[in-house]
Design a protein around this ligand. Structure first.
Ligand SMILES: *[C@@H]1O[C@H](CO)[C@@H](O)[C@H](O)[C@H]1NC(C)=O
Ligand SMILES: *[C@@H]1O[C@H](CO)[C@@H](O)[C@H](O)[C@H]1NC(C)=O
Length: 360
């Protein structure tokens, strides 16, 4: 009996290894690491998932550290279920019931989060190989342009979609991220999000609970127990969600079930470029400021990290990184009162982000 079982498990292991290995060799064919360098900053990006792998920045003493969570081995990105550094899409965040209606049709998506669809489904844009369309490692504007052509029906979404993401180091210690998408034939929902986990103390420096965070948002979109928005817009005033004035992440986190994982409604008019967030690690002095033109910001305090083995032997437990995902509101396709995410042949998608890094 034991013999049979262990034979069976070694067979399963063999299949798993073979499967992973063939996936890996397939991926390795076209996947590369691209470095961008300017002044004190250096970033590594891969075209697998348009992912930011590392982000090296000086602290207030000039000491360099890599301030984003990531894996040591490339193979771990293939089985990653926490979306380290990737671009999530075609529709980032959750779609309730893994379906939506558009122009009188029902579209069934791949449910990969219970009954819901998360970050584009089983194999979203974070798990495909993008094409490197342009690349300059250094010079005045180091940049990489990554493109992906999504086919009609991919993960259940209607119509082809031609997507690009451009990472550029601009000015001194600034990173711009420009995401664009065109739906040449059919309307489709689009919501792209950059899913980097920041730990400004260094990716291996422990929890981010002492980081000070300020979010320029007076409201959130509350969610049900499956993290699907109820459709309400609720004020943050007098709740643990209020970051209008700077607070440490940890100061009120115990009032929440497992931490922050909620969409903020960014203050100000729809569409314009607005300051969204400031994060300050008082120990290293590193500070991040973020601007964007999207109406929402998912603030996530890394609640579901569970000991992932990361770069240089680091182990990432809960709250060892935080995400600031500018985007449209979650499940917008099922909430007519939320800003529309429908992209049409006449109306392409554009999403602008600017990060500035300083120390104080
Ligand atoms: C970035 O990539 C380059 C080239 O592959 C490598 O030499 C360097 O160590 C990487 N940097 C980090 C911080 O991982
Ligand atoms: C857009 O994507 C489709 C589907 O993948 C592809 O056939 C088409 O060539 C792409 N168009 C451009 C301009 O890249």
């Amino acid at each position: 009996m034991m013999g049979k079982l262990s034979n069976l498990s070694s067979l399963i292991l063999f299949i798993l290894i073979t499967f992973t290995f063939s996936n890996l060799t397939e991926a390795k064919k076209k996947v590369g690491i691209y470095e961008l360098k300017k002044g004190d900053i250096s970033i590594n990006v891969t075209n697998y998932g348009a992912t930011i792998l590392s982000f090296v920045l000086p602290d207030n003493q000039g000491k360099l550290a890599d301030v984003v969570l990531g894996f040591e081995n490339f193979a771990d990105y293939l089985s990653d279920d926490v979306y380290f550094g990737a671009i999530a899409g075609r529709v980032a965040n959750r779609i309730g019931g893994a379906e939506f209606h558009l122009d009188g049709k029902t579209y069934k998506l791949f449910p990969n989060d219970g009954h819901n669809t998360l970050h584009g489904g089983h194999r979203g844009f974070s798990d495909v190989i993008w094409t490197v369309s342009d690349y300059a490692k250094d010079g005045p504007s180091p940049k990489i342009v990554l493109t992906y052509n999504s086919f009609d029906g991919e993960q259940g979404f209607p119509g082809e979609l031609n997507v690009s993401v451009t990472y550029t180091l601009v000015g001194s210690n600034k990173l711009s991220v420009v995401m664009k998408a065109e739906a040449p034939r059919k309307p489709t929902p689009v919501n792209l999000a950059q899913h980097t986990y920041w730990n400004l103390g260094g990716h291996d420096s422990g929890v981010i609970l002492s980081n000070t965070v300020q979010l320029f948002a007076s409201n959130i979109t509350p969610v049900d127990s499956n993290l699907i928005p109820t459709g309400e817009i609720a004020a943050v005033k007098d709740t643990a969600y209020d970051f209008l004035e700077p607070h440490t992440v940890g100061s009120r986190i115990n009032e929440l079930k497992s931490g922050y994982d909620i969409n903020y409604v960014v203050d100000g008019p729809l569409g314009g470029i607005k300051k969204v967030a400031v994060v300050h690690d008082t120990k290293s002095g590193r500070m991040l400021e973020l601007w964007s033109d999207k109406p929402g910001l998912q603030f996530y305090s890394g609640n579901m990290l569970k000991g992932q083995k990361g770069k240089g032997g680091a182990v990432y437990g809960p709250h060892t990184g935080l995400c600031l995902e500018t985007q449209g509101f979650p499940d917008s396709v099922n909430h007519p009162n939320f800003p529309s995410q429908i992209v049409t042949p006449e109306k392409p998608y554009e999403h602008f982000m600017l990060y500035r890094f300083t120390t104080k």
